[in-house]
Design a protein around this ligand. Structure first.
Ligand code: FAD
Ligand code: NDP
Length: 516
């Protein structure tokens, strides 16, 4: 089904391309717009701007429903407002706190006994930056001739979108040849008493007015671990509640090493535990009741803040997808390799699509490529394989390609060679930082030049280290090439070029010195 649909659309594109398709080509357009995009986040904006650049007449809707505690934000979607950007800024703030202590060891005259974060100032700085990005985004849309409507769009039929226009709340409709659904997702709340009324999510934490204090972070995925770590780095007391395992879907050894690093830094984990209820005490603090599912014992503790980080749900409920005939799975939209839904002229990109990575660069590139296929005669499909990603904990964890478990499952243990090693970042010596969790590994084929299937790294600036290696892996990197690559000394990235110990050998992967 999917191939037929894509062929149909690529033939159509080739025809448009040969006719020199542009927005002035049709004497009298059948629809109000060539493209309506629902959602002005990473995916929707990339698609809308690229399509307009190809000459299409584009309208983009973006609307944010406030959270239960009333947080709302402007155009740009999750990444800019309540995701990657504020998260990275708070991560940086927490790393800077650590750097102050290191500075003393390096000879700076700083009183590191009395450093305290100013939460209010941090939040204001982060929010000011976000507002400037919101403003630049609106200007960019205007410059690129994308019409923007700050309203919730929904389908009336497969070519018609209806919305409520402000300020007079007038019901309006527009028609479009193509529709791209890029509505993303929002955090889930658990179905327990007090969850919605008393808890917050990542949608609230980056603009939270009061200091978080002692915080229960429920969930041990990306959001849970990252939030717990920046809160700890800022001097608060997070506890992470884990339902099953930390970082499901990632390499197990790396995930457990990351959890050990967090424990060493004073972040407690409540293992195999689920929340049962949240109640407000007379003193205003939050009493959380929970159950350990291994011991079946109930327990409770008191926190200042409860942060739900239990995953995200796709925002399909307001779209009236039935009116258009678009098929869904759970709360996501099912698409083929060309991001076409069950209705050939309706597409979906970004977090809203079923079974693909929920990451900003994925959303942006897939949106851009889709626009080029629709309006510039391109046939290039998005390649969702080997997408690199980073968990922004104080020692970051970044990886690309297969985990050790996946490689063994798909290829068999006898056909896999794992090269690994601990390492000591030079800059860790003077402040005597723990190097216990600085570790990396390459998962490779056992035979021939040993094609690399996965690279994993825990250490400083992991995202910066892995990004370049991701390009190499996509280009068919082998162990032979990696070990023939001259390192940049003294960096931590060079450790990948020095990987000589295999797990199979049983040799000690701990380094003797830094420079031999
Ligand atoms: P979104 O950015 O969510 O945009 C969808 C937009 O559509 C929203 O503004 C929404 O309100 C709007 N909308 C919804 N319904 C309608 C409607 N009917 N009409 C009009 N508008 C509508 N990814 C990374 O790659 N790196 C990171 O470091 C990273 N950190 C993250 C940290 C956190 C805390 C979170 C929550 C996510 C993070 N992500 C990160 C994931 C990344 O933010 C998402 O993958 C990305 O933002 C998805 O983009 P999108 O365009 O699909 O959806
Ligand atoms: P995840 O799906 O990654 O993690 C959800 C966590 O919550 C899991 O540990 C899960 O446990 C647990 N959980 C689920 N339901 C419950 C429940 N009812 N009670 C208790 N625990 C529960 O979601 P996140 O919100 O962390 O992240 C969403 C997506 O956002 C990620 O997949 C990622 O793509 C993106 N993101 C990317 C980042 C980055 O690139 N650095 C940063 C942040 C987000 P279990 O394993 O048992 O299911």
């Amino acid at each position: 089904m999917s191939t037929i649909k894509f062929l149909r659309s690529s033939t159509h594109n080739a025809l448009r391309s040969s006719l020199g398709w542009c927005r002035h080509a049709a004497s009298r357009p059948r629809y109000d717009y060539d493209l309506v995009v629902l959602g002005g986040g990473s995916a929707g904006l990339a698609c809308a701007k690229e399509a307009a650049g190809c000459g299409a007449r584009v309208l983009c809707f973006d609307y944010v429903k406030p959270t239960p505690v009333g947080t709302k934000w402007g155009i740009g979607g999750t990444c800019v407002n309540v995701g990657c950007i504020p998260k990275k800024l708070m991560h940086q703030a927490s790393l800077l706190g650590e750097a102050v202590h290191e500075a003393v060891a390096y000879g700076w005259n700083v009183d590191d006994k009395n450093i305290r974060p100013d939460w209010g100032k941090l939040v204001r700085s982060v929010q000011n930056h976000i507002k400037s990005v919101n403003w630049v985004t609106r200007v960019d849309l205007r410059d690129k001739k994308v019409e923007y409507v700050n309203s919730m769009g929904s389908f009336r039929d497969s070519h018609t979108i209806e919305y409520v226009a402000m300020p007079d709340a007038e019901h309006r409709q527009v028609t479009s040849e193509y529709v791209v659904v890029a509505v993303g997702g929002r955090p889930r709340y658990p179905d327990i008493p007090g969850a919605v009324e008393l808890g917050i999510t990542s949608d609230d934490i980056f603009s939270y007015e009061r200091e978080p204090g002692r915080t229960l972070v429920v969930g041990a995925g990306y959001v849970g671990l990252e939030c717990a770590c920046f809160l700890k780095g800022l001097g608060y007391e997070p506890t992470v509640m884990v339902r099953s395992i930390v970082l499901r879907g990632f390499d197990r050894q790396m995930s457990e090493l990351l959890a050990a690093m967090m424990t060493e830094r004073g972040i407690p984990f409540l293992g195999t535990t689920i929340p049962k209820a949240v109640e407000r005490q007379a003193d205003g603090r939050l009493l959380v009741r929970y159950r350990n599912t291994t011991t079946q014992m109930d327990g409770s503790d008191v926190f200042d803040t409860v942060l739900w980080a239990i995953g995200r749900k796709g925002l399909i409920e307001d779209l009236n997808l039935e009116a258009a005939g678009v098929k869904t799975h759970d709360d996501k939209i099912v698409v083929d390799a060309a991001e076409a839904t069950s209705v050939p002229h309706i597409f979906a990109v970004g977090d809203i699509i079923y079974g693909r990575p929920e990451l900003t660069p994925v959303a942006i590139l897939s949106g851009r490529l889709l626009a080029r296929r629709l309006f510039a005669g391109s046939t290039q499909l998005m390649d969702y394989a080997d997408v690199a990603t980073t968990v922004f904990t104080p020692l970051e964890y970044s990886c690309v390609g297969m985990s050790e478990e996946t490689a063994i499952e798909l290829r068999g243990a006898d056909n896999i060679e794992v090269f690994h090693g601990y390492y000591k970042p030079t800059e860790f010596f003077i402040p005597q930082k723990s190097v216990r969790h600085c570790y990396l590994k390459a998962v490779a084929e056992v035979s021939g030049d040993q094609k690399i299937l996965g690279l994993h790294y825990i250490g400083p600036v992991a995202g910066e280290v892995i990004q370049g290696f991701a390009a190499a892996l996509k280009s068919g990197l082998t162990v032979k090439t990696l070990l023939n690559t001259v390192g940049i000394h003294p960096t931590t990235a060079e450790e990948f070029t020095r990987l000589s110990i295999t797990k199979r050998s049983g040799r000690d992967p701990t380094p003797a010195s830094c420079c031999s």
